[in-house]
Write a protein that binds this ligand. Structure first.
Ligand SMILES: [Zn+2]
Length: 194
């Protein structure tokens, strides 16, 4: 969807908006023709975590909802207002898998500018052994690396996140990875390890 089509009416007063560059700005914005409110639209943050069980397996969820219904992911979802990325990742994990996690450090930030999304992915540790299906997941399963269904992963961001996670762990490192995904091909901007 082009930015111009994101809004038709002012969310403050209900009158039509127009799409033009406000004085002193660089980009066109939705500006109310009645009350003058300038509405800004910015990228959305998706927070997630790779929940690791005590035996090293990680918790994967089969999506029960569109998009990508039936495909696998680790828990991740849109950050809510007022949350940190770690709080969002813990909440999403509970909502998608019933599992309680201790959310650890950030290991990847993956930008997807063509859909205006930024993924913030954390390592996480399961607090217990419990997990199970929810309204968002038709199946939840602890998997070893060689059990990951790589051809059935829901999103490219999740695929690359899993690769980073396992590569770092195999080397005994807690790395940090920055990546930009374009519609054509991923570009790996920067990886750090500590
Ligand atoms: Zn208005």
């Amino acid at each position: 969807m082009s930015p111009a089509n994101l809004m038709k009416f002012c969310s403050a007063c209900g009158h039509p908006v127009e799409f033009r560059i406000p004085p002193g700005d660089q980009l066109p914005r939705h500006i109310c023709t009645q009350c003058g409110t300038i509405h800004y639209h910015n990228p959305r943050i998706i927070a997630g975590c790779v929940p690791e069980a005590a035996d090293g397996r990680i918790l994967m969820c089969r999506r029960a909802i569109e998009p990508r219904l039936g495909y696998w992911t680790f828990p991740a979802g849109f950050l809510e207002l007022g949350e940190t990325s770690a709080q969002g990742a813990a909440r999403e994990t509970l909502e998608e898998s019933q599992a309680e996690v201790e959310v650890d450090d950030l290991f990847a930030v993956i930008a997807v500018p063509y859909v205006s999304q930024v993924y913030m992915l954390h390592r996480g540790r399961m607090k217990g052994v419990h997990h199970g299906v929810t309204s968002e997941s038709s199946e939840t399963q602890l998997m070893r690396e060689d059990e990951i269904p790589w051809k059935e992963i829901a999103f490219a961001t999740i695929y690359h996140g899993l690769k980073f996670f396992f590569e770092d762990r195999a080397r005994g490192l807690r790395g940090f990875h920055e990546m930009n995904l374009t519609a054509r091909a991923p570009s790996r901007e920067r990886s750090e390890v500590s």
